[in-house]
Design a protein. Structure first.
Length: 404
């Protein structure tokens, strides 16, 4: 059955990549599809020939994400201006600003001075930690290996490798030469070869290391390392606000399991520490980029307009933006109440809370992107790999999410 599912995954992904190559209006996406389609097709043909499903997944990731990423980075370094999404340029500009001014953000006045058709790129709606990935280009110059996506990929490989190693180590019958559990293989596939994750890494990439850090935090929690778990999710939150719901769920989990004293310093301390330099240099610039712009109060509006319910309501109903915001707040309140009423007692339950909560938020947000679905998809498929939770003495099969 697992082989059939793998075949379906790779075959459908090959079709998706081919359709993307032929029809996408985004040139980096078309370039990705033209390369990735062959990688997915090769993986589909090898499903029944390669016994180690995990090795096939990692090799496929190299073919459908890392290879097109490197090709686009090399072409971009050679002068192509259509081989990276805008977020790559934004992250690299953050690194440049951090190096020369001490803050990765431009003030509202500085953004207003940018020509109108380029003003969107003046906004940097990420947390300060994301600027680290732009520092190589700021320090060394324009080369293919200083492309921010290369460093996104390196961070992702190291982080995911650590998470998989941790989860494999709790099974004494496993070794380097045996295949991980089917659940862990599926988790690897979700974080690497799903088209939404492979495409994102190859063309933009900023969400992938954040996701990988969240998965590592869950793996660390599941294997009884709350201090390191807090550091991992704290590093994710220092890069992007999307990690904050995962922080919130793991704070509750750490409180329930009595590990909060070790978890909180990293989980809360790292994001706050990352905010300190921009606050001291120019607090208003930080607020303009991280709060005003995402909330729709910047000098330009966000282009994130995927046709999910929240966006459709905000655009097509009278007072729709307020209705969508109200629905989002109501959903957050319901999830928060359920989280506190029946808190997760295993890392698996925490991952499920994170996955379903983020899916709800993405569907109801007035401005969002299709690519954000990579977060709930990976978290929900990662949860079964955490079922042997050794992080606490709590019951191993927590049914808190399903009790009525």
């Amino acid at each position: 059955m697992t082989k059939k599912l793998d075949l379906a995954l790779y075959a459908l992904s090959a079709v998706f990549a081919l359709v993307t190559a032929l029809t996408s209006t985004l040139l980096p996406h078309r370039a990705w599809g033209a390369v990735a389609a062959w990688g997915y097709l090769a993986a589909a043909l090898l499903v029944y020939l390669v016994q180690r499903r995990d090795l096939l997944a990692w090799a496929t990731w190299g073919a459908v994400a890392l290879l097109p990423l490197v090709i686009q980075a090399v072409q971009r370094a050679g002068g192509r201006t259509d081989r990276a999404q805008e977020e790559v340029l934004v992250v690299e500009q953050m690194g440049e600003s951090l190096l020369h001014s001490g803050t990765p953000y431009l003030s509202r006045t500085e953004i207003a001075a940018i020509p109108l058709d380029e003003r969107l790129l003046g906004y940097r709606p990420y947390q300060p930690g994301m600027s680290v990935f732009g520092l190589p280009r700021a320090v060394v110059g324009d080369h293919w290996f200083t492309d921010a996506r290369i460093w996104f990929a390196i961070a992702t490989l190291v982080t995911l490798g650590a998470a998989v190693t941790l989860l494999s180590s709790v099974r004494p019958e496993r070794s380097l030469f045996t295949s991980p559990s089917p659940a862990l293989v599926r988790a690897i596939q979700a974080a690497t070869v799903l088209p939404v994750t492979a495409l994102t890494l190859a063309t933009g990439g900023d969400d992938i290391p954040v996701l990988a850090l969240c998965l590592l935090a869950l793996a660390l929690a599941a294997t009884g390392r709350p201090g390191w778990s807090g550091a991992a999710v704290g590093a994710a939150a220092a890069c992007k606000l999307f990690a904050l719901p995962v922080v919130a769920v793991l704070v509750v989990y750490a409180t329930v399991t009595g590990t909060w004293r070790r978890f909180l310093p990293g989980a809360l301390g790292l994001p706050l520490l990352a905010l300190l330099p921009p606050l001291l240099v120019n607090a208003d610039a930080l607020i303009e980029n991280v709060l005003r712009f995402p909330l729709g109060h910047g000098l330009v509006t966000s282009p994130a307009q995927s046709p999910f319910p929240g966006y459709l309501i905000s655009q097509n109903l009278p007072g729709g933006r307020y209705i969508a915001a109200g629905l989002l707040i109501f959903a957050a309140a319901v999830i928060g109440f359920r989280l506190l009423r029946r808190p997760p007692r295993t890392a698996r339950a925490a991952a499920l809370f994170c996955g379903w909560g983020l899916l709800t938020a993405i569907l109801l947000m007035p401005t969002t992107r299709f690519g954000y679905l990579l977060y709930p998809a990976a978290l929900l498929l990662f949860a079964p790999a955490l079922s042997k939770d050794t992080g606490s003495s709590a019951p191993r099969h927590d049914t808190a999410l399903y009790r009525h």
